[in-house]
Design a protein around this ligand. Structure first.
Ligand SMILES: [Zn+2]
Length: 120
């Protein structure tokens, strides 16, 4: 399952950035996911909850920011959103295009609750 391995990577990234004793203070994790990543947000949220259940980050909320697939056309110098994976400019039909966004799959921010005492 695609989403399961991505959810695991997100948990691994939290583990790299947040020391073990502070993990219970993680409130939310924001990830940016492009159209081309082929991720079903609901499925990813479900997998994330399943993996974190019973761990210090069980309360953390996964925030998913969707990034549209945008093509830049060098023939007509336009940027347009189009069907994910399509490399043809929807304005002029040219194939001289480059992908501007939509391939993202990254953790943007990890929010921790600073109000809690550091060591309980
Ligand atoms: Zn074009």
């Amino acid at each position: 399952m695609h989403e399961l391995s991505i959810a695991q990577s997100i948990v691994d990234i939290i583990g790299q950035y947040v020391p073990q004793q502070d993990r219970h203070t993680v409130r939310s994790v924001k990830v940016r996911i492009g159209d081309l990543a082929g991720v079903v947000p609901d499925s990813l949220s479900f997998c994330f909850s399943a993996i974190t259940s019973g761990t210090p980050i069980a309360e953390a909320i996964l925030e998913i920011e969707h990034v549209p697939y945008v093509l830049h056309c060098t023939a007509c110098q336009s940027d347009s959103t189009t069907e994910p994976g399509l490399a043809i400019c929807p304005r002029c039909g040219s194939r001289q295009t480059t992908v501007l966004s939509g391939t993202e799959l990254q953790v943007v921010t990890i929010d921790v609750d600073d109000d809690l005492p550091e060591h309980l």
